[in-house]
Write a protein that binds this ligand. Structure first.
Ligand SMILES: NC(=O)c1ccc[n+]([C@@H]2O[C@H](COP(=O)([O-])OP(=O)(O)OC[C@H]3O[C@@H](n4cnc5c(N)ncnc54)[C@H](OP(=O)(O)O)[C@@H]3O)[C@@H](O)[C@H]2O)c1
Length: 231
């Protein structure tokens, strides 16, 4: 049976690779990104997908644009993947990049983004027989991960995990499974070239986890290889 995915931040990094693998496998994809006109790779994969892919334009926290996409989608969404994310200041207390503008951007994108996406696409998810919301978080957001840097990235992902738990509780009665995921340390623009794994390995692990998600897993924080992680 074909699975229908919606992925945010689908134009590069892990989001682009998940999009490529989903379309290659024969599933259906709604790909959301800020600038479809410059998303060359994504446009190519969608064009080659025989009509199974469609690209929409939205910022991760643009409530109106997300609601318009939800209205434009005819039918259901099985798996909503909240992947769009940004890392701002990587340093400590004295890092000048910890300023109001960058803190707002990281919290709005990484923490509020999944909430606004869940709200916009709730009605599409309710049309699915196996609806799932998968938030791409980070182990850096775990209270067990000891770090002394990247204050607001960590806080934003801890917040995303908290949003995940609240969504899991509220949406359980709708049969919607909600979980968050650490994608690994991945060689992307964000992860850098010294990271542990390729986007291909991360994306294929994540998609496998999305496919196996059941309502019994709701509220879980999982590694891309399925290992359970502490919130
Ligand atoms: N790479 C890692 O090692 C790693 C580790 C842990 C967690 N993660 C998480 O995995 C996810 C994907 O990361 P990545 O490594 O693929 O990063 P990336 O290569 O930097 O890509 C980030 C994606 O998010 C999009 N994005 C950023 N801010 C946005 C906004 N306000 N609205 C809409 N889209 C926005 C970007 O779009 P533009 O091209 O328009 O900027 C891009 O598509 C993120 O949530 C990240 O926090 C990554």
């Amino acid at each position: 049976m074909t699975t229908t995915y919606l992925i945010t931040g689908a134009n590069r990094g892990i989001g682009l690779e998940m999009s490529r693998q989903i379309l290659e496998s024969g599933d259906r994809l709604y790909a959301v990104c800020r600038n479809p006109e410059t998303a060359t790779g994504l446009n190519k994969f969608v064009q080659e997908s025989n009509g199974r892919g469609q690209i929409f334009k939205s910022d991760a926290y643009d409530e109106i644009a997300l609601a318009n996409i939800a209205n434009a989608i005819v039918g259901g969404i099985d798996v909503l993947v909240c992947n769009a994310g940004v890392m701002s200041a990587r340093g400590g207390l004295s890092d000048a990049e910890n300023n109001v503008a960058s803190v707002s951007e990281v919290l709005m994108t990484n923490t509020a983004g999944p909430f606004f996406a869940a709200r916009a696409f709730h009605k599409n998810l309710k049309l699915s027989s196996a609806p799932r919301i998968c938030i791409i978080s980070s182990y850096m957001g775990s209270q067990q991960h000891q770090g002394a840097s990247a204050y607001f990235y960590r806080a934003s992902k801890a917040g995303a995990n908290n949003i995940m738990v609240t969504l899991a509780n509220e949406l359980k009665s709708d049969g919607i499974t909600v979980a968050s995921f650490h994608p690994g340390w991945v060689k992307t623009e964000m992860g850098g070239s010294g990271a542990d794994i390729t986007p291909q390995v991360s994306a294929s692990g994540l998609i496998q986890q999305f496919q196996g998600l059941k309502i019994a897993n709701t509220g879980a924080f999982l590694n891309y290889d399925g290992k359970s992680l502490p919130l």
